[in-house]
Design a protein around this ligand. Structure first.
Ligand SMILES: O=C(CO)[C@H](O)[C@H](O)COP(=O)(O)O
Length: 213
């Protein structure tokens, strides 16, 4: 079984558990495809055999967290900065299980006032950020370059920057917005994961809810 290994504080628990099941001999014949360098390091430390998309063009199952989930199981991801590799891995899997707590449930993606991440090439990033801000002018968009904890530009695993879009209103049709973002030169990928998750596991005060596509 080829398993996509997600990134973030939630996915970390799933990867730990996969490592534990392997160690106990309860899981066999699996290979993991990590969605970030951080997850790769974690998986190596747990002894999970790893590979990549060059060797496995189809993934059986991916498990990851998300920053926002709408009622149609569309997601915002990438506030942890790993959206490109996550989208490459999760875009090629037969089943994508996303685990969140109920604070991540929203009516409309991007309407929470929190960041909608876009990975951009560092070359003339201000040009790209301005284009993004202008694209969503009607939604009161402010585009900001993400900084790391030392106040320097955050650099992704792929050597790119992240521009976070802060929206005052939702951006309307998500597929139209996605296509428009991807048409801007300088954009590598965005954090809207549309129609990709097949199952959402939501942890709430009253227990666990499972939503299937
Ligand atoms: O997309 C991601 C990383 O790029 C994460 O899955 C997302 O940010 C959720 O993280 P957490 O489980 O820590 O809340």
């Amino acid at each position: 079984m080829v398993l996509g290994l997600g990134t973030g504080s939630t996915a970390k628990h799933a990867v730990d558990r996969i490592g534990e099941l392997l160690r106990l001999g309860k899981l066999k014949n699996i290979v993991g495809i990590p969605t970030s360098k951080k997850t790769q390091e974690q998986a190596i430390s747990l002894g999970i055999p790893l590979s990549d998309l060059d060797h496995h063009s189809t993934i059986d199952l991916a498990i990851d967290g998300a920053d926002e989930v709408d009622p149609h199981l569309n997601l915002v991801k990438g506030r942890g900065g790993s959206l490109l590799r996550e989208k490459m891995v999760e875009g090629t899997c037969k089943k994508f299980i996303c685990i969140v707590d109920e604070s991540k449930l929203v009516k409309h993606l991007g309407g929470s006032g929190l960041a909608m991440p876009v990975e951009v090439v560092p070359f003339c990033w201000k040009f790209t950020a301005n284009k993004l801000q202008n694209l969503f002018e009607d939604s009161g968009c402010v585009a900001k370059l993400r900084n790391d904890s030392k106040g320097k530009s955050f650099v992704t695993d792929n050597g790119n920057y992240i521009v976070d879009l802060y929206l005052k209103k939702d951006i309307g049709d998500l597929q139209v917005a996605s296509d428009a973002i991807l048409r801007i030169a300088g954009v590598v990928e965005h954090g809207m994961f549309l129609d990709m998750a097949t199952t959402i596991i939501v942890a709430g005060e009253l227990g666990i809810t499972i939503k299937n596509k």
